[in-house]
Ligand binder design. Structure first.
Ligand code: FAD
Length: 382
């Protein structure tokens, strides 16, 4: 506790100014009856407040403005202090893999959009992953697992919590006859190269889908009439209490662009077992070439995007409805409806999540007006 004399001496503020601040209710020091005089006691907080107000008064600001400016300044400092403390707390997470404070989500998504996440972690192995999950559980911090971020729209405000991306241990592939065990962090393209090399077929139609196995299972990735669920035998999961679960195909509830994992966001897929069948390598390669040719012709792959934005409402394709509703090339900010594929929104440079969301609303409105059909986004907004 400081006395009036301490304040006067430390801040070199005239006594009448100090009284005035109290009279106006800008500061509330404690009154201490002492003999027939009433003295004042000031806390460290009072001191900082008076110091900040006095700084502006000395510069000639009026009392009210000096008080407002001082309050803003102190609030800003308090916020920064809180954030620094949070960052320090987050750094207590000691894992072998990467831990990044304030990672931009633009760099983790194919849309190249999004604010910062409090923490981005790449657990290198299962022990790391368990540590991350325990850390989040104990501190009650939200977490979100990403694959390659190719089906996500991350908000401009960023993610308050931990973004988890699986590291090296989760990128192994083992092939025993028709059964292939594949880590959730493996890219679909890597898996296709691996199985093609060994003469196993069944996932060629997913060639060119830029996601991981984890993301492909969660969103039941599909192309040209085939989806990954057709090849899945089982999926191994770690839940947030660090228990292992093995889900058979029927437990996974595969549907169009969805699975049980969309409703259980605290499960982390670790690996999957797929069933593929032997086929001549040359035949697989020919099929892959055909698929890739079709993709290049139909999708704007040279622009940042998150694939198709809306689900197809049977019997129509969303792309057809969007095109017929006159949305082709429609633009808000740097977000544009692709001229090549109407169900793609591309980021032409500096699009924000807000731009994309407004464009989605506009497309929905136009399609509803023209066809009385409500399009449903398949893009996940985080
Ligand atoms: C140019 C382009 C073309 C595309 N073409 C197609 C296409 O033809 N067909 C198609 O279906 N999709 C397509 N997509 C969309 C996308 O690539 C797929 O949906 C893909 O499967 C998403 O995988 P991801 O690893 O990027 O997942 P993310 O987008 O990172 O995540 C998707 C969901 O999976 C969850 N997730 C990811 N990994 C795990 C894990 N290990 N454990 C728990 N949850 C996890 C996330 O939390 C999120 O809910 C395309 C995208 C682009 C950019």
């Amino acid at each position: 506790m400081m006395q009036t004399s301490d304040i006067l001496e430390k801040l070199d503020i005239p006594r009448h100014k100090l009284y005035y601040l109290e009279q106006k209710g800008y500061i509330h020091p404690k009154r201490v009856p002492r003999g027939d005089l009433e003295a004042r006691e000031f806390t460290e907080e009072d001191f900082k407040k008076i110091q900040a107000i006095w700084k502006y008064l000395k510069r000639g600001f009026k009392h009210k403005i000096a008080y407002r400016k001082a309050t803003e300044e102190l609030n800003k400092l308090a916020k920064e202090k809180k954030e620094t403390m949070q960052i320090k707390e987050n750094q207590q997470l000691k894992i072998k893999g990467r831990v990044v404070v304030g990672q931009s989500m633009k760099e983790l998504t194919s849309m190249k959009i999004g604010g910062k996440t409090d923490l981005f972690v790449v657990p290198q192995d299962l022990d790391d992953l368990k540590l991350v999950l325990s850390f989040c559980r104990e501190k009650d911090i939200p977490f979100f697992v990403i694959g390659n971020g190719t089906k996500l729209l991350m908000r401009d405000e960023g993610f308050k919590g931990v973004i988890v991306k699986l590291g090296e241990h989760f990128k192994s592939i083992k092939n025993e006859g028709k059964r292939t065990r594949v880590g959730a962090g493996v890219n679909l393209s890597t898996l296709i190269d691996f199985t093609t090399e060994r003469g196993f077929s069944g996932i060629e139609s997913l060639s060119g889908v830029p996601g991981t196995i984890g993301g492909a299972i969660v969103r039941n990735a599909s192309a040209f009439g085939e989806d990954i669920s057709q090849r899945v035998l089982s999926v191994k999961v770690l839940d947030k209490d660090n228990n292992y679960l093995t889900l058979s195909k029927k437990d996974i509830g595969f549907d169009y662009r969805s699975s049980v994992f969309l409703d259980n966001k605290d499960w982390v897929i670790i690996e999957a077992e797929l069933e593929l069948w032997p086929r001549k390598k040359e035949e697989i390669v020919l099929r892959l070439e055909e698929i890739r040719r079709k993709k290049v012709l139909s999708q704007p792959i040279s622009f940042a995007s998150a694939g198709c934005i809306f689900k197809n409402p049977p019997p129509y394709s969303a792309g057809f409805l969007i095109q017929e509703a006159g949305c082709l090339g429609m633009k808000i900010g740097d977000a544009q409806v692709s001229l090549q594929h109407a169900n793609f929104i591309i980021n032409k440079g500096n699009a924000t999540a807000r731009d994309v969301l407004r464009l989605i609303q506009e497309i929905k409105r136009k399609v509803k007006d023209k066809f009385n059909i409500s399009l449903e986004p398949e893009l996940e907004i985080v």
